[in-house]
Design a protein around this ligand. Structure first.
Ligand SMILES: Nc1ncnc2c1ncn2[C@@H]1O[C@H](COP(=O)(O)OP(=O)(O)OP(=O)(O)O)[C@@H](O)[C@H]1O
Ligand SMILES: [Mg+2]
Length: 243
């Protein structure tokens, strides 16, 4: 719990204060987040760990501007997301956030390169699609269609697509959830390398406590609360994790 000491001099990218999220399901209220406060710092690699239903995706979606909390405030740098309207949130996401989900959502009729170019065409200061594919080790597969790629390769195209617009933050919701262990390692290596090489502030949701060893800090969620934040004194590279 010495996070503030270790990270004290760094820029705070996200600052969330006492956020709650209540989903109204007819008569029933689902309390997905019950008062979460946290800070994420520039360039850090954070893992969000917790049981199914603990609120991980809800929290990540709020940070990414895909959803809004019921109460509380969220700042991205000096921009208050919780005071933003729909179009401002869309602009925020477009300019600042790369998302990676469990399922890759690639367009089947486009090649790897074209899937990435879809994003670089609309971004403000993108990198070249080939540069993004190179960062995830997929330059040689640039002209392959998704059906001609393995699951791990497809996920790496999705990561290339997410980072090609040079986002300040990369938010990944169970990026290895659909992959076998060996393939998952390659995908985690790609995410770790982007974090190190580009300095992209990175948050990864996982169920797997082993993956948490890659992180600078691990945020444990339980039943809509932060149950603990741990700082790893040494980070373990994806290829050295024990599964
Ligand atoms: N759109 C929604 N409508 C209603 N309830 C929701 C909605 N999204 C999430 N919930 C509920 O909020 C709680 C937290 O969900 P969330 O998806 O954030 O959990 P999670 O930690 O990501 O779980 P998992 O590991 O299974 O993905 C759960 O009880 C879930 O059923
Ligand atoms: Mg989830």
């Amino acid at each position: 719990m010495n996070a503030s000491k270790a990270q004290g001099s760094q820029t705070s990218v996200f600052h969330a204060v006492d956020i709650t999220k209540i989903y109204q399901m007819g008569e029933v209220e689902v309390h997905a987040l019950r008062g979460v406060s946290l800070e994420l710092y520039e360039g850090e690699f954070v893992v969000l760990l917790g049981a199914s239903g603990s609120g991980k995706s809800t929290l990540l979606n709020i940070l990414g501007g895909l959803d809004s909390p019921t109460s509380g405030t969220v700042h991205y740098l000096d921009h208050e997301l919780t005071a933003s309207d729909g179009s401002q949130l869309t602009q925020y996401r477009r300019d600042n956030v790369g998302f990676v989900f469990q399922f890759y959502n690639l367009i089947p009729s486009l090649t790897a390169r074209e899937n990435v170019e879809l994003i670089t065409e609309i971004a403000a200061s993108p990198m070249e699609a080939m540069e993004a594919l190179d960062l995830v080790g997929l330059k040689p597969r640039a002209d392959h269609f998704p059906a001609q790629l393995s699951g791990g390769e497809q996920q790496r195209v999705a990561i290339a697509r997410a980072i090609a617009k040079n986002p300040r933050v990369l938010l990944c919701d169970e990026p290895t959830g659909a992959l076998d262990v060996q393939t998952g390692v390659v995908v985690l290596q790609a995410i770790g390398q982007i974090n190190r090489q580009l300095g992209t502030t990175t948050a990864v949701i996982t169920h797997n406590a082993e993956i948490a060893k890659m992180a600078d800090r691990v945020i444990l969620l339980s039943d809509g609360h932060i149950a603990g934040i741990e700082t790893n004194s040494t980070k373990i590279a994806a290829q050295d994790l024990r599964w």
